[in-house]
Design a binder for this molecule. Sequence first.
Ligand code: AMP
Length: 214
Amino acid sequence: MKLILLGPPGAGKGTQAKRLEEKYGIVHLSTGDMLREAIASGSDLGKEVKEIVEKGALVPDAIIIQMIEARIAAPDCGKGFILDGFPRTVAQAEALDVMLTGKSLHIDHVIELAVEDAPLVKRISGRFSCAACGAGYHDEFKRPASEGVCDDCGGKAFNRRKDDNPETVKARLEAYHGQTAPILPYYREKGVLVTVDGMADFNAVTAAIEEALG
Ligand code: AMP
């Protein structure tokens, strides 16, 4: 199964992708995570994209398309994958189609997590994750059961994304509405798009996605 999760920053794509990865045994591919890893490693790619990512703008299509094409070709993607944060422009969506068609593959489902802008700044500004296992938390909505200790792996170090601040979130929302939302009609016309209420409780969102996947 090959899925795309679409939605604005903070809609819950990463959380849902992790759950779907576990349930269906398919790989979670987050272009944001790949770029953050490149930045942390100090690679040439990381140096090229650092400033763009930190100000909340979109990395050029050519860089992203090359990165995802190489990743999708890896053996662990054979059973399928969940794309989180890609495609983000119509050009990326078209390039993905070309990539998949060349392998006689196609996207089975596109799930849009719909959330209004207003709650997103609050959602994003308070979030942090376990440095060891990546489990997600929030200052207000989901603190670890034992303060400072990850519920999932017992890790004691946590990360906050540099771009999770109110000013950058504004730029990221503008990029979403201006460049990413125009992808929705593209997939609607193909008959693969299902919209889920991303404001519902996390478990209800998971249930709605699973129902859409059949
Ligand atoms: P995310 O983790 O998906 O919120 O992505 C974090 C940042 O990485 C974005 O604000 C962009 O700067 C960059 N990025 C991630 N995926 C893409 C993409 N598909 N196209 C362009 N830029 C991207």
